[in-house]
Write a protein of this length. Sequence first.
Length: 91
Amino acid sequence: MKRIIYPALAMLMLNTVADAKVFKAYNGDVDFNHSKHMGMYPCKDCHEGPPRPFGINKEKAHKLCIGCHTKEGAGPTRHCSQCHGNKPQDD
């Protein structure tokens, strides 16, 4: 029975965290494609300890998101509107 329940529970958890996230912001919400980032980077690049949802604020988001995009040379880095108030990006 455990052989069925644990894998099913793991898949349910992965499907839950893999969904797109919307971070509320006063100058426009930020749509974040979590499943795309999961496929490109190890969890430890963003999550400290075991992967789990964590609180994020302006300073944390700017350091984590813009810092990574700048380091990778890809995605939005130059103007607030590249992230805020836009539809999810493919890059």
